[in-house]
Design a protein around this ligand. Structure first.
Ligand code: SF4
Length: 380
């Protein structure tokens, strides 16, 4: 079925000065010439899609990475101008740029605002720099402080920060200090993630060699509950398991991934979701630049998302949100009444006060959010 809802755009900027020990994103250190070549390739890729999406409206643009604040403001200016002149962005578009405190300056901030950036997302993770150093993230508390001060001094309206749970050696007080510091600095949106130990990363090797001990799941759950308590008592709304926002500051872009909206991914290793297909761009920089310079598509994989997969994703993603799963829509889309097909599981979880049905939506109760994975598994 044709989807006429506004689309989102994600642009991947794959540059970092040094790889963090836990990172499995496509990111690397590159010189200025390579960055310039990448920018040209990106502009060609945008040109490639200009006509395909001529009749579509976009209402979110997310420039992520890597470290987008590592490229020059001119890079961001050229990129955004190319996007604005090629795709139809609504006046109210949410335009986010991810920044790393180590490469963020007042000058860059002013330039970003001039480029139309209206939301900044900063990778804080923790205000304890010693803790971050342990997992190979070289970040100074002074830089974080400076970045957040810039936001408050300029009364910049929309700001977001990431917080990481599960860093080896992290205490509950340390997590609390980080979150309270962000609240004090009036961050409008806070994302709370757990440290994922991916294979083929230096952190994984350290865990295997028993040089560092991973945090237990039970401890991580108790940290998550503490963070949620602190944020919600300060007036933040948990609109998704990992995402908290001041009312009205929920991320437009994030919601596209949860409500199956279509989005276009630009850049190396970027993904798109269009017409029921998921597309993945090449992960190789030389190939990306070569294909784009010939005005050829850098898509390397195209996969149709079957109804069975969509059903699974719908349950998994909607139940992570505060609103929950729209049961009528689910029935219409998948010809399945979940209240009947999962009657026993739902009855048991209702009895345990883990799940509830409110105005036609099935949702996890606030007290059970921290065990949502187990609840969702029961319903798949
Ligand atoms: S800053 Fe982010 S993208 Fe860059 S290496 Fe660290 S985790 Fe990876």
């Amino acid at each position: 079925m044709e989807d006429n809802r506004p689309m989102g755009v994600y642009v991947h900027i794959p540059f970092c000065t040094k790889k963090c020990d836990y990172c499995d994103f496509v990111s690397f250190s590159m010189d200025d010439t390579a960055k310039q070549q990448y920018l040209e390739a990106l502009c060609n890729e945008i040109e490639f899609y200009k006509y395909k999406f001529a009749d579509r409206v976009f209402d979110s643009l997310y420039i992520g990475g890597g470290t987008p604040s590592l490229v020059t403001p001119e890079f961001i200016k050229t990129l955004t101008q190319k996007l604005y002149s090629s795709l139809h962005f609504a006046d109210y578009t949410e335009i986010t740029l991810e920044v790393n405190p180590a490469s963020f300056t007042r000058q860059k901030f002013l330039e970003y605002v001039r480029c139309g950036i209206n939301r900044i997302s900063v990778g804080v993770q923790s205000i304890d720099e010693k803790l971050l150093n342990k997992i190979g993230r070289k970040q100074k508390f002074e830089d974080v402080k400076y970045t957040l001060q810039l936001f408050t001094q300029s009364k910049f309206l929309n700001t977001s920060a990431d917080v990481m749970l599960g860093i080896p050696g992290q205490s509950k007080e340390s997590v609390k200090d980080t979150v309270e510091f962000l609240i004090k600095n009036d961050l409008k949106h806070i994302s709370v993630y757990t440290l994922q130990v991916e294979k083929h990363t230096p952190l994984y090797d350290k865990f295997r060699a028993k040089k560092i001990k991973p945090m237990s799941d039970a401890r991580m759950v108790s940290y998550y509950n503490e963070v949620a308590k602190v944020l919600m008592s300060a007036g933040y709304v948990r609109y998704e398991l990992s995402n908290f926002a001041r009312p009205g500051f929920e991320s437009v872009h994030n919601q596209k991934y949860w409500d199956e909206s279509e989005y276009l991914g630009l850049g190396i290793a970027a993904h798109s979701y269009i017409d029921g297909y998921r597309y993945s761009n090449t992960r190789r920089m030389d190939r990306y630049i070569d294909l784009c310079s010939k005005m050829q598509s850098p898509v390397e994989q195209k996969e149709y998302i079957s109804d069975k997969e969509r059903r699974t994703e719908r349950i998994m993603l909607s139940l992570r949100t505060q609103d929950g799963l729209d049961l009528q829509k689910f029935k219409a889309d998948f010809k399945e009444d979940l209240l009947l097909t999962r009657a026993n599981e739902i009855a048991t979880m209702q009895k345990n006060n883990q799940i509830e049905v409110v105005n036609g939506f099935l949702r996890i109760t606030p007290n059970s959010f921290s065990v949502s994975n187990a609840i969702i598994t029961e319903l798949l």
